[in-house]
Design a protein around this ligand. Structure first.
Ligand code: F6R
Length: 614
């Protein structure tokens, strides 16, 4: 999290920094700041809260930096120190001549701080970053060479960082470096851009160089030099980014989240093109680079992911095990990386991530790769760090997801899992072919069915308003929709801050049932199929404890009317595909409750879209 930008060139820098930061707001919005070279000194401007607050500060001071063409900027998701102006970046050394912006976490900052204070450093903030500012400044006093000072200082730093640095004594220079955090340099005509992510530079140039860990780039207006951690000069790999500048627009919707929910039918259609041609034609998935014999004999898969992507992974497990008979383990990346996992060259490891940058998942797949596993990445960002680690890469092509709460990327990940499971089942011949064909055929109808739900949203909106003032919410399901219950609860808590939990319906009576009374809404995901009757009985048990029962169902069963105070009906669908349908009303319930409560739907408090710290 946190986003950094930098610019050196011949254009007014403030607008470039602000535009860049606005493209990175998905990485955090606790505070923002910029530092600009004014010719005599470096001026720093900061504001707490969203970027618009920094814009206002800059408007008030615009006369002070109108000629500036060199600067750095930052958008913060707070880790060390409260989200206030003092802790906002850029951070400076004692005299203010050296300024830095940082994304990541400096793990040994306390030790560094202690040492630096002995040498006279005066710390102003509670951040880990400030230690690096003082450390580089200290080295600069000795070397009088900014690149060398950065090289020596970063060799003493433990943790993750993307840094952009400037110094008032080197007025034609911008330095950037990184370790375990994303960073790229945009190359223009007599100008260079530094950013945590492509959208910040793509309006200006499509030529860019991704930095590798421990590389240090020194930029002047006319030249770029790249060195490794030992100071050896490296060749520069400038590539043309496969991106067009996109104007991110809500297209008339009140929020990006609502727009992204409505994009889902077309996203599914796009994913299926060229891969699922007809029920009878085998799935084409050239993205999977494992040879067919290896796939046939594969008996172990591990899927690692976080948050919403983890819920997609849980459904992936369900269908791969059922369709292909391969044992699948699913684990949160943050757990996987801190234990001895049984992963080896015979394991297929699947990493799932919207952003392709989530630090825990990235570390997990690097660990698995080091053990010789084939790495398959399912991501919405084929240009991401995870994609660069992949042996096989399935891009989900959901388009840029602006809303912090993931919706369309989740559905796109699910569809990718279905295609993968169908593909492997065909290679292994592990499934009854009539059943498989029926599923493929019905998959092609899913976009239409989602459109039906979207065109009758009023009941869902009414339901959302009815329960908007509840303090807690329980979602229950069984089987393939248990992860749907978890994802429905996650969506609601993320954007409405209501305490929502998903349970396997059969587990209610093992504890959670104690919480039920006439104030507790319980939403049962009751899709027709193998566990329908079981969930119905579990719903009866909850009703007997006076819970406020809601059904999300594709059943027309009359007896539901006695049991549930609210029924949300969705189209008929084969049970295996039902998570694709059941999730849509749950996204909408979360959306409408948050909107009704007046919450910041697209940028909920405390969250960031790209979680680049472990
Ligand atoms: C929830 C959400 C998060 C992410 C999680 C992983 O709406 O967006 O839970 O799913 O932070 O992020 P990615 O998928 O980018 O690895």
């Amino acid at each position: 999290m946190c986003g950094i930008v930098g610019y050196i060139g011949d254009k007014p820098v403030a607008d470039i920094l602000l535009n860049g930061l606005s493209q990175l707001e998905y990485r955090g919005y606790d505070s923002a700041g910029v530092a600009v070279q004014t010719g005599t000194k470096i001026n720093v401007y900061k504001a707490e809260g969203k970027l618009e607050n920094l814009s206002s500060v800059l408007m008030q001071h615009k006369g002070e930096f109108a000629q500036s063409t060199l600067g750095i900027g930052h958008i913060r998701w707070a880790t060390h120190g409260a989200p206030n102006v003092i802790n906002a970046h850029p951070h400076t050394c004692n005299c203010g001549n050296l300024v830095i912006v940082h994304n990541g976490i400096i793990e040994n900052y306390k030790e560094l701080k202690e040492e630096l204070e002995k040498n006279g450093a005066k710390f102003k903030s509670q951040t880990d970053t400030e230690a690096v500012a003082h450390l580089i400044a200290y080295q600069y006093e000795k070397t009088k060479d900014l690149t060398e000072a950065v090289r020596i200082a970063t060799s003493k730093v433990d943790g993750a960082y993307a840094l952009c640095i400037m110094h008032n004594d080197e007025k034609d220079k911008l330095i950037a470096t990184k370790r375990n955090a994303p960073l790229l340099v945009g190359v223009g005509e007599n100008e260079y851009f530094v950013a945590s992510d492509v959208p910040a530079i793509i309006p200006y140039t499509k030529r860019a160089m991704y930095l590798n860990d421990n590389q240090i780039v020194t930029l002047t207006r006319t030249n770029m030099t790249l060195i490794d951690k030992d100071g050896n000069e490296l060749p520069q790999k400038v590539e043309v980014l496969p991106w067009e500048p996109v104007a991110l627009s809500k297209m008339g919707y009140k929020h990006f989240m609502l727009k992204e929910i409505h994009e889902q039918p077309d996203i599914i259609r796009n994913i299926l093109v060229g891969k699922l041609r007809s029920a009878e034609t085998p799935i084409e998935l050239d993205e999977v680079k494992l040879n067919k014999d290896t796939l046939k004999n594969l008996n172990r898969i591990q899927i690692i992911a976080c948050g919403t992507s983890l819920h997609a992974a849980m459904i992936g497990k369900y269908i791969i095990e059922d369709f292909c008979g391969i044992a699948v383990d699913v684990e949160a990346s943050s757990e996987y990386i801190y234990r001895k996992t049984v992963t080896d060259e015979h394991t297929l490891v699947i990493g799932v991530s919207q952003s392709g940058e989530t630090a825990d998942t990235l570390t997990a797949i690097k660990q698995a790769k080091a053990k010789g596993s084939h790495i398959l990445i399912i991501t919405n960002r084929p240009d991401s760090a995870m994609a660069r680690e992949a042996d096989s890469l399935i891009p989900v092509n959901a388009g840029i997801e602006v809303s912090v709460a993931a919706t369309k990327s989740y559905i796109a990940q699910l569809v990718s899992f279905y295609l993968l499971a169908f593909y492997m089942a065909e290679i292994k011949n592990s499934m009854n072919s009539a059943e498989l064909q029926a599923l493929k055929s019905e998959m092609m109808l899913v976009p239409q069915k989602i459109e039906q739900i979207l065109s009758h949203k009023e009941t869902i909106q009414k339901c959302a308003q009815h329960y908007a003032n509840t303090k807690d919410f329980i979602y229950v399901a069984r089987g393939i929709n248990y992860p749907t219950a978890l994802e429905g609860a996650l969506k609601l808590k993320e954007i409405s801050y209501i305490n929502a939990t998903g349970y396997p319906a059969g587990e209610l009576k093992h504890g959670p049932i104690a919480m039920l009374d006439d104030s507790m809404p319980v939403l049962s995901i009751l899709m027709k199929g193998s566990v329908y009757e079981k969930i119905l009985s579990n719903s009866e048990e909850a009703k007997a404890r006076n819970a406020r029962m809601i059904a999300l169902t594709n059943s027309k069963d009359e007896k539901l009317k006695d049991l549930f105070e609210f029924i949300i009906e969705v189209p008929e669908i084969q049970e295996y595909l039902s998570p694709l349908i059941a999730m849509i009303p749950l996204q909408l319930i979360a959306y409408y409750i948050a909107e009704y409560l007046g919450k910041d739907v697209d940028q909920p408090r405390n969250l960031a879209k790209s979680v680049t710290v472990e």
